[in-house]
Design a protein around this ligand. Structure first.
Ligand code: DLZ
Ligand code: SF4
Length: 516
């Protein structure tokens, strides 16, 4: 029987951290934790089965960890006859306790539900202290600024944490070494991230997920993610020892025979709380001081975590809920079928990116931004549909991080808040950064004709239809000059080629369909 003076703490599926604010200062003997695998959270979008398995298994392991520390844990394993949502689970127990606590969550939708718990159960909602910048700090930083440049925010975070600092100056005399991080990779295929054998807890989760969510897009097995802090730490150590040294140089590279290259995959672990972002950055910094990696690798990694990751979270909470509806480029096209079925396209870059996503619930940032993202931008895919896709298919996707990345970075739907210009690129960019084009039936050097890379004509179609928005942008002016100088017949042929492609995408084309 719980003691009616005790505290009930609700721990969510991405709050699997020892230093969680809702658990801080509580005595295990007087604290009960409630965790629940519920269909409302697993199906508000159709998450990739690997993502559901990751979260359920990591939740079960975290529950065991808490029990090991002496906490009582009420745990609902997924059961269609069990509580359908978190409120139902909480309603069954809240009355037995004097207090209910929960750490704020990472989504507007669920945060409204948590607020409801405040009214109904007197639940206290605590700040999520696992982030480096508080939301108030971010709001104060953003206040009165016309443009929110990540770079300036990032410098403040460097100063605040002391990471890679020499007094008030950045180590190396420069804040950002991104210009060094764009090399194509031609070395041998890499070993990739560390993989873990599923234990009996994970095996049981896999059976549950297969039974109830096996119809969602994506492959459940082989499942190899870390599901405990110890294993996530081991994965980080593996990254530091084998990948970090080359991470920076080849951060934007793409390879047909190597899905991972030097990417750590630790976002999957950090975003559910198995790794602490600041501790992780300190380990990466230590690797630099130990001579294991160059500054461009270490700075690039740390910027992603204390700069970009914190910055997108700040934007999300500053701009929600209106943010989710933004569609600055008035893009309305449905996402093509091949985002769920890589056999339905011959565009090799898209095929590889979707295949990897299907197999692993992961792809690296340049595939997300410059392949699936760029193509969606060029065809004018609806940012809402695209956001939903990213949220569903990636194991590290939670709305606070996914939405600004998709709306701001990928679709330029937020009117230039995150980046002043869209990241539109033709097939030439993709062919420069890797070897996908060598394995493609299309030719990235050709703009028109049956074997022309579709990205090329789509790129010019995009530029042409948005000329009124971007022609005066200083960093796009050169491309608009090229467009202006192009012979009218060439322009016409490019637009006609893209129009025909788009008509085929929309299913309006009466000609026999080849794979696109
Ligand atoms: C994403 C997810 C999934 C698939 N399942 C659960 C669940 O069963 N129980 C739970 O507490 N949380 C789950 N989550 C995470 C939440 O949906 C939500 O995205 C985060 O808690 C937001 O911070
Ligand atoms: Fe992608 Fe075009 Fe290259 Fe094919 S040729 S892989 S479609 S960029």
């Amino acid at each position: 029987m719980p003691n009616p003076r005790d505290t009930l703490v609700v721990v969510l599926g991405d709050q699997l951290s020892d230093n969680l604010s809702s658990l801080a200062g509580l005595t295990p003997a007087h604290t009960t934790v409630l965790m629940a695998e519920v269909s409302a959270e697993a199906t508000y979008v159709n998450h990739h089965p690997k993502k559901i398995a990751l979260i359920f298994s990591a939740m079960r392991h975290f529950a065991a960890r808490l029990r090991g520390k002496g906490f009582e844990v009420i745990y609902y394993e997924f059961d269609p006859a069990g509580p359908a949502d978190l409120t139902e689970a909480l309603a069954r127990h809240a009355g037995d306790f004097a207090r209910v606590r929960v750490t704020e969550c990472g989504e507007w939708r669920l945060q409204q539900i948590l607020r409801g718990w405040g009214e109904r159960f007197g639940a206290v909602i605590l700040d999520d202290t696992r982030f480096i910048a508080t939301l108030d700090e971010f709001a104060a930083w953003a206040d009165g600024r016309k443009q929110l440049r990540m770079e300036y925010f990032y410098r403040d975070q460097r100063r605040k944490t002391g990471l890679l600092m020499n007094g008030d100056e950045p180590i190396g005399g420069q804040w950002n070494f991104d210009a060094d991080n764009r090399k194509a990779y031609t070395g041998p295929a890499t070993a990739g991230p560390m993989r873990f054998e599923p234990d009996p807890i994970t095996q049981s989760v896999l059976d549950t997920v297969e039974k109830h969510f096996g119809h969602h897009f994506g492959e459940l097995r082989p499942f190899w993610f870390a599901v405990t802090t110890e294993d996530a730490e081991a994965a980080l150590t593996h990254f530091l020892d084998t990948q970090l040294a080359s991470f920076g140089d080849y951060q934007d590279a793409m390879r047909q025979d190597d899905d991972w290259m030097f990417h750590s995959v630790v976002s999957v672990y950090v975003n559910i709380g198995l790794l602490d972002p600041l501790d992780m950055c300190r380990r990466v910094e230590a690797a630099y001081h130990a001579g294991l990696a160059k500054l461009n690798s270490v700075e690039g990694f740390i910027r992603q975590v204390i700069g970009w990751r914190e910055y997108v979270r700040g934007i999300y909470w500053l701009k929600m809920p209106e943010y989710a509806d933004m569609n600055g480029l008035e893009a309305e096209r449905a996402l093509p079928d091949f985002y769920w079925d890589d056999s339905k396209t011959d565009m090799n870059c898209i095929k590889q990116a979707v295949r990897l996503t299907r197999e692993e619930a992961w792809s690296h940032h340049i595939l997300r931004l410059m392949v699936t993202g760029n193509f969606a931008l060029l065809i004018g895919a609806s940012p809402k549909a695209l956001s939903q896709w990213y949220l569903e298919v990636y194991a590290d996707a939670f709305e606070w991080v996914e939405l600004p990345n998709v709306l701001g970075m990928v679709s330029h739907a937020d009117g230039g808040y995150l980046g002043s210009k869209p990241y539109a690129a033709s097939g030439k960019y993709i062919s420069r950064q890797g070897d996908y084009c060598k394995h493609c039936r299309f030719n990235p050097k050709k703009d028109v004709g049956p074997d022309a890379c579709p990205m090329n004509s789509l790129y010019w179609h995009f530029m042409d239809r948005h000329a009124h928005r971007f022609a005066k942008h200083p960093r796009m002016a050169m491309m608009y000059r090229t467009w202006a100088k192009m012979a009218p017949e060439k322009k016409h042929a490019l637009i006609a080629q893209a129009d025909q492609f788009l008509a085929r995408l929309d299913g309006d084309d009466v000609q026999p369909l080849e794979l696109i």
